[in-house]
Design a protein around this ligand. Structure first.
Ligand code: SF4
Length: 350
């Protein structure tokens, strides 16, 4: 069996930052109960690990005692939630990914300029709920090309579209094309809203999946970008499975035992879950590991201002602290064996 590990996979800078925020608060205030509004990132393991450290995840701020510390998840929140936190005298630490905040800022700006906003995304996703909350009267959600006929448009020349950051680039393109056909003067955002991490992980799947018998994506079922990776693999003609961890592996997926399997992970999936899958495939099927480096990522984010102030109050120097994700190093201890580079153009190893 050959396992092709692609880079980039797993944590993006936004997820890393959100997890770092919770870790830091636990570290500097060990005796406080820390509340997190919604899952900090959409990964069951990440949430369970924090719950085991005493973090309380809530779906409503009414569940947070007045005066407590609350962290807002990476997916962003609406202004109504921010206001409610203030009314309850909560110390709010905003771990919203800066790339989600960028979409919020655009929604605010276009709403002020009198545009109706067509937000391409999934209506029940936390990020879309948060972005919509910036200008609820002026925003409508578009989930599919068919939904366009149900939109209520005042002026087709004063329209703009925005996009959820974790959509399939292919699906979003189809909707944008349909919007442009329906409303030729619709305005596009100045740059793409779908984020670098989503785009890069999808591109890696599109490139490598056709050379493989199966794609395994590590991620939770409520992780939008993880689900999209499985869809992209299937669209490329290769079956794909989404699993939370090594317990989700099913040998019936690779009956011959000599298959080529692409292994990747959604932006919220920790790397130790990927390495555990490698160890299992090496142990059970003698798998060899092959690295396919598609993109190098160098995006980094700063810590939220409220957290920096809390660190200062504790005498902790945060100067120069930036959140960056490095490509994982493959060791035999962690992954069951070392890896060799995959030469994609010829399909042979070097
Ligand atoms: S997937 Fe993109 S938008 Fe979401 S947290 Fe990561 S970098 Fe930010």
């Amino acid at each position: 069996m050959k396992v092709v590990l692609v880079n980039p996979r797993g944590f993006c800078a936004g997820v890393r930052m959100a997890i770092d925020v919770v870790d830091q608060v636990l570290d500097i205030l060990p005796n406080e109960t820390l509340y997190v509004f919604h899952e900090i990132v959409h990964n069951r393991h990440v949430v369970t690990r924090f719950e085991d450290q005493g973090v309380v995840f809530v779906e409503s701020l009414d569940e947070v005692p007045e005066g407590s510390i609350v962290v807002f998840s990476a997916h962003g929140i609406s202004p109504a939630i921010r206001k409610q936190a203030k009314e309850r005298s909560l110390t709010a630490i905003d771990a919203t990914c800066p790339l989600v905040t960028k979409v919020h800022s655009r929604a605010i700006r276009y709403a002020r300029q009198g545009y109706q906003i067509l937000l391409i995304g999934h209506k029940n996703h936390q990020e879309v709920i948060g972005t919509m909350g910036e200008a609820p009267e002026q925003t409508q959600i578009v989930e599919c090309p068919d939904c366009i006929k149900d939109l209520s448009i005042h002026d087709p020349d004063k329209l703009v579209y925005l996009t959820q950051t974790t959509l399939s680039v292919d699906d979003a393109d189809v909707i944008v094309k349909a919007l442009k056909e329906a409303f030729p003067n619709i305005k596009a955002p100045p740059t793409e809203d779908i984020c670098y991490a989503t785009t890069n992980r999808q591109h890696a799947v599109r490139q490598i999946a056709p050379q493989c018998d199966l794609v395994i994506v590590v991620g939770s079922k409520n992780s939008s970008n993880s689900v999209r990776l499985t869809e992209i693999a299937k669209n490329a003609g290769t079956d794909a499975k989404l699993i939370d961890d090594a317990n989700g592996l099913d040998p019936a997926w690779y009956p011959a035992g000599n298959e080529t399997i692409m292994l990747t992970a959604g932006a919220s999936a920790p790397e130790d879950l990927v390495s555990a899958i490698c160890r299992q495939l090496v142990k059970d099927h003698g798998a060899t590991l092959h690295l396919a480096d598609i993109f190098e990522e160098s995006v980094e984010f700063g810590l939220p201002l409220t957290l920096k102030r809390m660190m200062e109050a504790q005498g902790i120097d945060h100067a120069g602290r930036r959140v960056k994700v490095e490509a994982p190093i493959i060791t035999a201890d962690e992954y069951g064996t070392t890896a060799v580079a995959l030469t994609i153009s010829t399909g042979t190893d070097t």
